[in-house]
Design a protein around this ligand. Structure first.
Ligand code: HEC
Length: 722
């Protein structure tokens, strides 16, 4: 009896211990937000559950932090997912100041402005572009934030906000160095934060079309480069033979992991997704599959050695960069637990692999795609990979029946007649001069916000766009003439370098401004400076020579005396003389004359996918137009950027939408339980954390994406009681 009792007692204690330790582990693992995306898994999950489906409608603003000290009407974008370490929240302002605030009150502790606290002027000049987050690293009293501003990775003391002198040169590492190319022509500016593995920080970056996006590991103490993984392989390296041109490794650019990383810390495995190689829309000078373009990569985090890869698009000519970091989860299949890595894509696919072996966990089929009537000199891949499961989370082809019916008949007839002139055969339709429909769009499908995963149910939540765009190619003039004027050269150089954003008539396109009349704002020197450094969403053009800039300037700034002078720069050739070359005319949305998408709704969605089975739990339209709602039209969904966060409290928190709202959604049903208006759209992923037993949800509200409101505010929400 006694023995039995003891046994029972032991068994009970033992199972309680297991239960509590398992719960404790899950709790410990996901209850803080010390890393971009919440954890190395990057699944944007929080185990906190004080805020739940029953009380979420009582959320109140806890604090608002204005991250710029001057009042402006227009701030830049703010896409930062802040981190919270020891009750301090670290984030970045629209002008890329780094700040530390008390995470419970929003009161500033310090800020670091790269423009005025550096003794190296070039750092300030590169206060460009975007920053989606920062990382924290500590060893005893040495506590650092590493973050990037343009091409510089800074190490800032996490307690004082001062640069750490022993890191790089006076606290900054110049990432233009060490890529194996002439630094003068290199333009790099990481938008996603670096990731830490042991005492290394790892980065790739947003790069110009002539800069390779190699992935590199650096010593986090000294800033010294430790390893490099060539995303465009060198002779003798894996993947080298997938480029027909054996000199591609010397000249090809992009192929960059701009969307960040995830890390299996236990195995020392780094995961990255790679963008397309140079020339987003024309590959006549880069025949072949072009590894590691558009690949999911598993690398040894300590050495940068390749473990495995999978290419999601062969020979990409649609700008189908892998647009978010892969995410890590343990799924269940046939009663077994498998450590998996999951990748959502711009085209709306979900790829699921065994994290260690790279084997697909759902079948992936190579299917034939149209290759006829491609641009001259193009050699498209006859097949492309399609996961059989999960099914795509957006429409991948637009037919006449997908045209927008909610506009009046004249508007409908107008889009219908235009649609008939375009080529629309699904996501892999060859780009053409007469216009090719790009759906779900240049910006996704899934975008840089990336998906969230609930590890309790292995449900993946992904927000997406369904926008049809029109891609038009134009043949570049091949100006191999011996002599030409600055104006002639300027027009050709403009087509090659600027037209994609500023449009064929310089009227701008998409989010990019018109250049008509810029001569009133800039003299040649200021213009030339702007081209060298870039600014926010405009990349730098460090590779252009003075003569080339003079030629472009003579055209764009209408400098008539300069225009007439002979062009003195190097002959403007196509990348490969024997073939024609193409540019594209800009990022043009296919819209109705009222400005609504020409494709029928939904224009934005959130999907919940069971990763164990590959089946959908639900899908709902996400976001709305007030104007259409007033007319009684059911929720249409709307363009959105920035990811969701899922919590143990049964909720999905998401801003992202162009409608400027911040929402809490029931994770089981997709139903919106709470919403509030933000100071400007929260084009960012929220962070969830706890201070003194109180749960907070914070989001950066930068706006600036759709020409509407912009702000410098970080807004934190909490329950009004403990
Ligand atoms: C990837 C898209 C992109 C490319 C390529 C690009 N630009 Fe821009 N450009 C922008 C954006 C975005 C802005 C607005 C920058 C800001 O927010 O300050 C801009 C701004 C400018 C401005 C200032 C406009 C103003 O009203 O102040 C000039 C001038 C300009 N670009 C010239 C050029 C030239 C010349 C080229 C080619 C050498 C070029 N850009 C290539 C995106 C681009």
């Amino acid at each position: 009896m006694v023995i039995k009792k003891t046994k029972l007692w032991l068994a009970v204690t033992f199972s309680v211990a297991i239960l509590t330790s398992a719960a404790y582990m899950i709790h410990r693992k996901y209850s803080d937000w010390k890393i971009y995306g919440g954890s190395g898994d990057n699944i944007k999950y929080s185990a906190l559950k004080q805020v739940d489906t029953s009380n979420v409608n009582q959320l109140k603003v806890a604090w608002v932090y204005h991250s710029e000290n001057e009042d402006r009407t227009k701030y830049g974008p703010m896409e930062c997912n802040p981190i919270i370490v020891n009750n301090t929240l670290f984030g970045v302002s629209p002008h890329l100041k780094l700040f530390a605030v008390n995470a419970a009150t929003g009161k500033e502790k310090w800020h670091f402005d790269p423009a005025d606290s550096s003794d190296n002027k070039t750092w300030a000049r590169h206060s460009v572009n975007m920053n989606r987050g920062v990382v924290y690293w500590a060893d005893g009293d040495d506590k650092r934030i590493i973050y990037t501003v343009g091409p510089i990775a800074f190490a800032v003391n996490a307690e004082t906000g001062k640069l750490i002198p022993g890191f790089g040169v006076n606290g900054g590492v110049d990432l233009r160095k060490g890529l194996g190319r002439d630094e003068k022509g290199v333009s790099i500016s990481p938008t996603s934060p670096v990731i830490i593995y042991k005492d290394l920080f790892i980065t790739s970056g947003l790069v110009s079309e002539s800069t390779p996006g190699h992935i590199r590991g650096f010593d986090v103490r000294t800033g010294k480069q430790k390893w490099i993984f060539h995303t465009i392989p060198y002779p003798g390296e894996a993947g080298y033979n997938t480029w027909d041109d054996k000199t591609a490794y010397k000249r090809m650019g992009s192929t960059n992991a701009w969307s960040g990383f995830s890390l299996d810390n236990k195995r020392g495995l780094l995961f990255a997704g790679v963008g397309s190689p140079t020339n987003d829309f024309y590959g006549g000078d880069r025949w072949g599959k072009g590894l590691f373009g558009n690949c999911i990569l598993a690398l040894d985090a300590a050495t940068g050695k390749l473990k495995w890869h999978f290419q999601t698009v062969h020979h990409d000519v649609w700008d189908m960069d892998i647009s978010s970091a892969p995410v890590l989860v343990t799924i269940r299949k046939n009663g077994k637990k498998i450590d998996a890595v999951v990748q959502t894509t711009k085209s709306g696919m979900v790829f699921v692999f065994d994290r260690v072996t790279g084997k697909p966990l759902f079948p992936i089929k190579e299917r034939p795609v149209p290759v006829n009537d491609a641009a001259l000199g193009e050699k498209l891949s006859p097949t492309q990979p399609f996961p059989v499961l999960p099914k795509p989370f957006v429409r991948q082809i637009m037919t006449e029946k997908d045209l927008n019916h909610i506009v009046d008949d004249s508007s409908y007839q107008e889009i219908k007649s235009r649609f008939k002139t375009y080529r629309s055969q699904g996501i892999f339709t060859p780009p053409t001069e007469k216009g090719t429909i790009i759906l779900p769009g240049y910006d996704g499908g899934g975008e840089w916000g990336g998906p969230a995963i609930d590890p309790e149910t292995n449900t993946l939540y992904v927000n997406a766009n369904e926008m049809a765009w029109v891609l038009n190619l134009v043949k570049e003039k091949s100006d191999n003439k011996k002599s030409m004027s600055n104006l002639e050269a300027g027009v050709t150089l403009y087509q090659k370098n600027c037209m994609g954003c500023h449009g064929p008539e310089r009227l701008g396109s998409g989010d990019y401004p018109s250049l008509i009349g810029v001569e009133k704002k800039y003299d040649f020197n200021q213009f030339s400076e702007l081209l060298s450094t870039g600014r926010r969403m405009m990349p730098g053009f460090a590779q252009l020579s003075k003569a080339e800039k003079t030629a472009i300037g003579s055209f764009v700034l209408t400098l008539e005396t300069e225009q007439a002078k002979p062009y003195t720069g190097t002959a403007i050739k196509n990348n490969n003389n024997s073939k024609p070359s193409y540019s594209f005319t800009g990022y043009n949305k296919f819209l109705t004359k009222e400005g609504y998408p020409a494709i029928s709704p939904p224009w934005g969605t959130i999907s919940a996918i069971d990763l164990n089975t590959g089946k959908y739990r639900w899908q709902v339209p996400f976001g709305e137009f007030e104007s259409l709602k007033k007319k009684g039209i059911p929720t249409t969904g709307r363009e959105n950027y920035g990811g969701p966060v899922v919590t143990a409290g049964g909720l999905i928190f998401i801003g992202a939408s162009a409608d400027g709202k911040f929402r809490a959604i029931n994770k089981k049903t997709g139903k919106t339980l709470w919403e509030t208006e933000l100071p400007a759209p929260g084009v960012a992923t929220p962070a969830v954390y706890e201070v003194d037993g109180k749960q907070y949800i914070v989001i950066a509200c930068g706006g600036s994406k759709w020409g509407g409101k912009s702000s410098d505010a970080y807004v934190a929400f909490t329950l009004p009681y403990k």
